[in-house]
Design a protein around this ligand. Structure first.
Ligand SMILES: N[C@@H](CCC(=O)N[C@@H](CS)C(=O)NCC(=O)O)C(=O)O
Length: 214
């Protein structure tokens, strides 16, 4: 498999975690978002949204990190990243989507650049924007986690699921990119983040400590 990847991308980080959890080796093809590589014609022919990641498997290109992760889960069922019961699967998908569609798009590169370059929002205003939406979204995620008996060592039970795969890059971005300390404000989120980050599959996928097979 080939992964079109950018080390600092939280969406690519999700896929790297899933690949590690599944024990799948892959070849990494860097797409430098800061240099605008995602806008190049050849990359857009793989992903017309001009976003990373994209995964190539058996000569087909797959886009959208959550769809890619479900593809990996279906083609490599062990260990499963979705629970068996429809109720559990729906809960896990809802947690993942709360972050992937409710938080992350509000602070992706092009959103931040549009605020700064087209709307002339000063850089500290852009940072405040990002902090505000991360805090709002993660407060909702914290409430979903701390009020539900389904939450265990991880977001759902005691083994990692799609929800953890999406939660970890978001907490990592909050800490490293937006200088937010979720430890006290979001204790359940923080506890789960810590439980994930003691595992090499998560840690090795992190932007600061990426170990891939490229
Ligand atoms: N919904 C997409 C989001 C992908 C996304 O936003 N990727 C970001 C990096 S995390 C990106 O490529 N940004 C480039 C840009 O904004 O120009 C997914 O889950 O794959």
């Amino acid at each position: 498999m080939k992964l079109y990847d950018f080390h600092g991308s939280s969406s690519a980080f999700r896929v790297r975690i899933a690949l590690n959890l599944k024990g799948i080796s892959y070849h990494r093809i860097p797409v430098d978002l800061l240099a605008g590589d995602q806008l190049r014609h050849d990359y857009r022919s793989l992903n017309p949204m001009a976003l990373v990641p994209a995964l190539i498997d058996r000569a087909r290109a797959y886009t959208e990190s959550l769809a890619i992760i479900e593809y990996l889960d279906e083609t490599h069922p062990r260990p499963p990243l979705l629970p068996e019961s429809p109720e559990g699967r729906t809960r896990v998908r809802a947690l993942a989507l709360s972050i992937a569609s409710g938080i992350q798009p509000l602070h992706t590169e092009r959103t931040e650049n549009f605020l700064a370059d087209e709307l002339s929002v000063p850089r500290n205003g852009v940072l405040q924007w990002c902090q505000h939406w991360v805090n709002t979204g993660m407060t909702a995620v914290e409430a979903c986690l701390n009020s539900d008996a389904g939450t265990g060592k991880f977001c759902h039970g005691d083994s990692p699921t799609l929800a953890d795969v999406v939660l970890v890059p978001q907490v990592y971005a909050a800490k490293r990119r937006f200088d937010m300390d979720l430890r006290r404000s979001h204790p359940t989120v923080w506890r789960i983040y810590q439980n994930c980050m003691v595992r090499s599959e998560f840690r090795n996928a992190a932007p600061s400590n990426r170990v891939t097979t490229d």
